[in-house]
Design a binder for this molecule. Structure first.
Ligand code: ATP
Ligand code: MG
Length: 409
């Protein structure tokens, strides 16, 4: 058995031996039923956080106010959360208050979707008050209770619904879908970070197209920050299928931006508005710009080899994938195999592979060290990579000396 599961069962056993209830809840029950290995095992109990902390020697007070204590069992951290309900939603995003309760049913009733509202006891029996299993079998995303109420309580659930569609290829139950369409404008309040976090989970799906199609056809995307501030046209749902033709999250982001009619002028601003990590912003930007560059460079090997040197094979390949997604495949020569061939053709792929180092160049030239050394080496490196110079020390010294002299004039 999975060591995390064994640790979870051991924590549950100790809780039960002390007279408390303990259940596996949420995503892990759903995933086990689907035959997927759960991300993590969450435990729900009627013990309050103080009691949980007293019972186990190693605990971390993760979110005491919300009833969550992390218990470290056999070196594995497990979240143990007290049964709770959420009272009065003031800002429609976060519960204003949680109240601990002693009934499992109440705890399950506050959860978002039926497939996420099942529990399992230590003996493997499933507790399913809201027909989650049936919905799981037919592939249906349905809120626990009235969808309008549930979406008004927390607008993020609308995006989560679509995310689960993407993750499992399920369909939105009709009433849930209607409520989503009616209430999507409430998403205006959500933070960009939470929106992006859910979209990232969609990009992890093998075939996110079903979810993306709902994102487009319900017009939810245009209601989400920061997209709601971009003054977008509605999206043709038939373009969602292309998201299944790459598994790369950078390409998926770039393609979404393309569908948002993003051009070079607003690309940087929009990437910033998404608050993605700088590294991702750079990669998406390179992917996007190289895709556009493919327009006019066509199949010029020198241009592409320069880009390969500058950005690496992965980035250039991604731009090729994006070109395919946006439907620009007229120039058959710009395929991924072509990029790979050009990459393979280059005799050096990193500057340290150059048969000449800075020290030798300085000695040979008789000049003082300075920024010129790096510039000359870069120039030589590019010429060798492009096949214009052999990677031979004497040839490089001679050429380097010439460039160095010209530079210092
Ligand atoms: P994942 O596999 O992505 O972790 P998950 O179902 O475990 O999916 P989490 O965000 O980890 O999702 O949440 C754990 C559980 O908490 C959910 O299964 C659901 O029961 C409940 N939950 C999470 N977010 C909400 C929400 N916004 N409203 C109601 N219940 C929620
Ligand atoms: Mg989870």
């Amino acid at each position: 058995m999975d060591t995390r599961k064994a640790a979870a069962l051991s924590v549950m056993e100790q809780l039960e031996k002390s007279g408390f209830q303990a259940y596996l809840v949420g995503g892990c029950v759903r995933d086990e039923m689907l035959g997927i290995s759960p991300q993590d095992y969450d435990i729900a109990t009627d013990a309050v956080p103080d009691q949980v902390q007293n019972l186990f020697p190693r605990t971390i007070p993760t979110g005491l106010k919300h009833g969550t204590v992390t218990v470290v069992e056999q070196g594995i951290p497990l979240e143990v959360t007290t049964f709770r309900i959420e009272e009065a939603y003031l800002d429609r995003r976060r519960p204003s208050q949680v109240r601990f309760v002693s009934s499992l049913k109440q705890d399950l009733a506050r959860r978002d979707f039926t497939i996420n509202a099942m529990a399992k006891n230590r003996r493997g029996q499933v507790i399913d008050y809201f027909s989650g299993k049936e919905d799981l079998l037919v592939g249906r995303i349905r809120t626990v209770g009235n969808p309008r109420d549930r979406f008004r309580e927390d607008a993020l659930r609308m995006l989560r619904a679509v995310r689960f569609v993407a993750q499992f290829g399920f369909a939105l139950e009709e009433e849930t879908r209607r409520a989503l369409i009616a209430l999507r404008s409430e998403c205006f309040h959500l933070s960009v970070e939470r929106v992006v976090q859910e979209l990232e989970k969609m990009w992890k799906a093998v075939s996110p197209s079903a979810g993306v199609r709902e994102l487009f056809s319900t017009d939810l995307l245009r209601a989400l920050p920061p997209f709601c501030r971009w003054d977008l046209q509605s999206f043709p749902p038939d373009q969602a299928a292309s998201f299944d033709h790459t598994s790369d999250r950078i390409v998926r982001w770039a393609y979404l931006l393309w569908l948002c009619q993003t051009d070079e002028a607003c690309l940087g601003r929009r990437l910033k508005a998404l608050k993605l990590p700088t590294r991702d912003q750079k990669q998406i930007s390179v992917c996007f710009r190289l895709m556009l560059a493919g327009e006019w460079t066509a199949t010029d090997p020198v241009y592409w080899k320069r880009q390969l040197l500058r950005h690496g094979l992965d980035s250039v390949r991604r731009s090729g994938q994006l070109r395919r997604l946006v439907g620009k495949i007229m120039d058959k020569d710009l395929t991924e195999t072509r990029f790979q061939d050009w990459w393979n053709e280059m005799p050096v792929k990193e500057r340290r592979e150059l048969a000449l180092g800075g020290e030798e160049l300085i000695r040979y030239s008789g000049k003082k060290a300075g920024p010129w050394v790096g510039q000359v080496l870069n120039n030589l490196y590019e010429q060798v990579a492009l096949g214009l110079l052999p990677n031979d020390k004497n040839a490089l010294l001679e050429e380097g000396y010439k460039i160095g002299k010209v530079d210092s004039q």
